[in-house]
Design a binder for this molecule. Sequence first.
Ligand SMILES: C[S@@+](CC[C@H](N)C(=O)[O-])C[C@H]1O[C@@H](n2cnc3c(N)ncnc32)[C@H](O)[C@@H]1O
Length: 226
Amino acid sequence: MGHLRSHPYLAQGLRVCDIGTGSGILAAAALHLGAVHVMATDLDAEALALARHSLARVAPSARFELRRGSLWDALLPNTCFDLVLANLPNFPAEAIVTEGRRAAWSVGGADGRRAIDPFLAGLPQRLGAGGVAIFTQNRCVGLEKTLEQLHSDGLFAEVRGSALVPIGPEKIAALSSACIEPAGIVEVAGFVFLGVDLIVARRIAHPDDPAGKVWRDHAAQTGAFG
Ligand SMILES: C[S@@+](CC[C@H](N)C(=O)[O-])C[C@H]1O[C@@H](n2cnc3c(N)ncnc32)[C@H](O)[C@@H]1O
């Protein structure tokens, strides 16, 4: 949300998709910043009802659509966007026992990548030329793996922000041993924090480069992927 607010041109006048919209906060921000149309999806019917209410407060219904379904399955084939937003569940646990918050908000399976991997697999086909994806990922579930996947799909991707988010005892207890980068978990004075990265990926627009090959060659020459 902060990144979007400081880069409003990423949404202004453009087609936006918010995958796993929850309360609709990111979709509403995109509408508020002038997105021409926002598609918001979620698995959860109640979340979608809440999101509908939030979005209706920001824009007329012609400017948004809500669809229920898992990740890209909620969308018609071949629909592309200028901006894709996602804050998907990727805490490495099979189950978390919490009061109030739903497991579907954070549980990402043993390696934490149950939603992230299919999200990444479908992303290149959903970004129009020059399209941008902004999404969060807990660092302990494999930052390098995600960046490599994006780069091999011809997207330029980098971490544009990071935060340490405190995690409570129920999550600490549920933390899977399959978590691939334990370095993403930090303990300070008895408090446990999860490193969360904001990843921005761009499909470079190039007339001769529908699959991003030119950008990959450029990156290989310049070391742009680090
Ligand atoms: C951490 S919440 C994020 C909500 C909101 N986007 C935000 O940033 O506050 C994750 C959301 O993803 C939804 N979700 C979980 N798995 C999903 C899937 N496979 N496909 C679509 N939505 C999913 C959950 O129902 C929940 O609303």
